[in-house]
Design a protein. Structure first.
Length: 499
């Protein structure tokens, strides 16, 4: 259904339309009928409740409310459709039921206005569940017209900037965010049942740490110090393990002052969890549990189709070392390459560019080879483990190979979804690794970490053997909702201002 004067409205420019709507509001206000003065409206039922339980509501009086999204005027009787929090429902409105004055007022309502309808539930001759209106109340006047449905809200840039309009015009978008909420609730349920305690840690810190990333810097006026928006949740959560909590987790926003693309937003949601007396193998198990049980709960299956690939999230994911994965992909065996010089020479031979002098190490070259030859090939869920110590400043070294660490990342469809360690709990080793990070930062690496003296003190008090895991919640939501861009799973993604 479309409003009779829709075609006329489309011929007018936005300023004219807004002027007409403001004039309608002024008339209402001068008549003492200002909709903005209404503070409450007693709704009895939602459209979804009525449509899913028609037999219960048939011929019963209800009061519904929502936004007018369609309207058809037919002389002394009309139809309109409203959209509320969960559904759309049609209403039959006639002059005989409302009276001449109220019906005349109803005819002036615009698409986008928010109204309340009291009446009884019935089915039309076409079997559409509807409300036969006895009373219609204007609850809020829409002064700005909604974009024309099939044209104005297909522009992704406009959709992200005006998410409020996107949610009204594109109901499937709202469904994505309802699913997102269910995913996060399920993750919490899994971890709560596993004995983890949900905690909250500071967003503002005096040191940027817990990951290698360029931070956002702000200034605290009262203390007159620069502070950093957190780039990870890690260090404070491990302080809590030192303090005696056995299992903790946090789901929260982290901030990284880096580029933006379909996989990255400067602020995003991360899950981090830590468990005393566990290692990175236990973290593999809990990762499989989170992904598989969440998929089963949301989709009813552990199989999901993403970017044309059928992915099976059931436990039993492939587990392979980083060095072995490189050997499988391109035939290079870094077990036979033992020095930085050999590794750098091989990178040059293969045409792999090393970004700067601070990265001319065997460990960094292994990472570059993985990025070049392996990552994009990992379609089914895969744990890549044993990472070089140079790129893993917070992970425990492998007992049988001190150049590698007990760290893994999980990959699906060529994307990284999680990162985990057997956490480094040797304060002397941790201090030396922080020093190397400081040296790298002084040499120009903006993503290198800082020295955290307080964290070293915490380790000196004593951190038990601990497993830690971080999962990108936004990417998990993308996977389970079939979205290609992170902006489609963030209600308000970061956008460059329009000037």
């Amino acid at each position: 259904m479309q409003e009779n004067n829709n075609n006329q409205e489309q011929e007018l420019d936005l300023n004219q339309l807004m002027k007409i709507r403001r004039e309608k509001l002024a008339e209402l206000q001068s008549a003492g009928k200002d909709p903005y003065e209404i503070t409450k409206f007693n709704r009895t039922n939602t459209a979804g409740e009525i449509k899913s339980n028609y037999e219960q509501f048939e011929q019963k009086d209800v009061t519904v409310c929502g936004r007018v999204i369609a309207k058809r005027i037919m002389g002394k009787a009309s139809f309109c459709t409203i959209q509320d929090c969960d559904e759309r429902i049609q209403s039959y409105v006639s002059i005989n039921d409302l009276g001449e004055e109220s019906y005349k007022a109803f005819k002036t309502f615009d698409i986008g206005d928010i109204i309340g309808i009291t009446g009884f539930v019935f089915k039309t001759r076409t079997e559409e569940i509807s409300v036969h209106a006895k009373e219609v109340t204007l609850l809020s006047k829409s002064l700005r017209p909604l974009p024309e449905k099939f044209h104005g809200l297909k522009d992704p840039d406009l959709r992200y900037r005006q998410r409020y309009t996107d949610l009204i015009v594109n109901p499937e978008v709202k469904k994505t965010f309802e699913v997102r909420s269910k995913i996060i609730s399920k993750i919490r349920n899994i971890l709560d049942n596993e004995g983890y305690l949900e905690v909250e840690t500071p967003v503002l810190n005096t040191i940027s740490g817990g990951a290698t990333a360029r931070p956002f810097i702000t200034h605290h006026n009262a203390l007159d110090i620069d502070m950093y928006l957190r780039i990870a949740l890690e260090l404070n959560l491990k302080r809590l393990i030192v303090g005696g909590f056995d299992r903790v987790y946090e789901i929260g926003r982290v901030f990284r002052n880096e580029g933006m693309d379909i996989r990255h937003n400067p602020e995003f949601t991360e899950l981090e969890l830590y468990a005393a007396y566990q290692d990175f193998h236990d973290m593999m198990d809990i990762t499989e549990k989170i992904f598989s049980e969440t998929a089963q709960s949301i989709l009813g299956t552990t199989k999901v189709t993403y970017e044309g690939n059928e992915i099976d999230l059931a436990p039993g994911w492939k587990r392979i070392t980083m060095i072995d994965s490189i050997k499988e992909a391109c035939g290079v065996d870094f077990n036979e390459i033992t020095t930085d010089e050999e590794a750098v020479a091989l990178a040059k031979e293969r045409g792999i560019e090393i970004p700067d002098k601070t990265k001319e190490t065997r460990g960094d070259v292994i990472s570059l080879f993985f990025d070049e030859y392996v990552e994009k090939t990992l379609i089914q869920p895969t744990f890549i483990y044993e990472y070089p110590v140079e790129i893993s400043p917070l992970a425990k070294k492998c007992p049988n190979n001190k150049k590698m660490t007990e760290r893994f990342e999980v990959f699906i469809c060529g994307r990284e979804y999680g990162n985990a360690f057997s956490e480094l709990n040797d304060p002397i080793d941790q201090y030396e690794r922080f020093k190397k990070q400081v040296e790298a930062k002084e040499a120009g690496d903006e993503e290198a970490g800082m020295m955290d003296e307080d964290f070293i003190q915490a380790l000196e008090i004593g951190l038990p053997p601990t497993g830690g895991l971080g999962i990108g919640v936004d990417r998990l939501v993308m996977l389970l909702t079939g979205q290609d861009s992170i902006r489609d799973v963030l209600l308000f993604p970061t956008m460059k201002p329009l000037n």
